[in-house]
Design a protein around this ligand. Structure first.
Ligand code: UDP
Length: 236
């Protein structure tokens, strides 16, 4: 991989977008919330619960039910997005729900629901990975028992170069590969792996390695954000 390659926004291949920002507690009425910004992509997560399950027949006697709703607001993209649910949003909601169910200790909260609302305020690619990163932070902010946080980012190939955290212009390059990825840092369990494009196995391995390094950087920022808000409690 050439280290001299400079991307359309001035980044080196292994750099996350600028700014990469994490903020906790952005929605005062929610039990927990977080905002993640990666360049021009901005996602907010708000967690409500554990709370009573409505409708009651969905209640699980053994554990909490986790419900995610990913949504892109109409003006999050240049071409106005048709409001309301669609197949893509339903798929992304499910992916995020599945990833999170690997870390949330649902059995601690039987007969309750934990609802996670993920609102994409602005989209420039990488919204599902920003949403997952924000979701695990919002759950932690809500004080929900978890085995670990989940950092998530994408990596891929643009014009023959392996790169981290693709923006929309990069994603739209012909032959580009985009691989959204997430893993649990403490166990190394992969909880999200998708891929657009065609690549050989060596290339895929290289892209995954790049995504893991990106996740490690994001994980450090996630921990820092939690320490900044709850540091005094953690030291007790
Ligand atoms: N996008 C759009 N309209 C849509 C869906 C997506 O303009 O209805 C754009 C948006 O910028 C999004 C990008 O396409 O971030 C890539 O979408 P993809 O489905 O690959 O998901 P993402 O990369 O956001 O997780």
């Amino acid at each position: 991989m050439s280290r001299k390659f400079i991307r359309n926004d001035g980044r080196k291949p292994e750099e996350l977008r600028r700014p990469y920002k994490i903020k906790l507690g952005v929605v005062p009425r929610a039990n927990g919330s977080a905002l993640v910004q990666s360049g021009k992509t901005i996602v907010m997560a708000a967690v409500y619960g554990p709370k009573k399950v409505i409708p009651k027949h969905l209640e699980d006697q053994e554990k909490a039910i986790l419900r995610c709703r990913y949504n892109m607001i109409t003006f999050s993209v240049k071409d106005r997005k048709k409001p309301g649910p669609d197949k893509r949003s339903a798929e992304i909601s499910k992916l995020i729900e599945n990833a999170l169910s690997n870390v949330v200790m649902l059995e601690e909260y039987p007969r309750t629901a934990i609802d996670i609302y993920l609102e994409v305020i602005q989209a420039d690619a990488g919204t599902r990975v920003a949403a997952l990163t924000a979701a695990s932070l919002a759950l932690a902010d809500a004080g929900i028992a978890m085995k670990d946080l989940i950092p998530s980012t994408a990596a891929g190939r643009v014009n023959g170069h392996i790169v981290l955290d693709l923006n929309k212009e990069e994603e739209d390059v012909e032959d580009a590969i985009d691989l959204p990825f997430a893993y649990i840092p403490s166990t190394k369990e992969v909880v999200l792996l998708q891929m657009d494009g065609i690549a050989d196995i060596e290339e895929i391995e290289e892209i995954i390695e790049m995504a893991k390094k990106g996740c490690d950087k994001i994980y450090e920022m996630q921990i820092k954000a939690i320490k900044e808000k709850y540091g005094s409690y953690l030291e007790e």
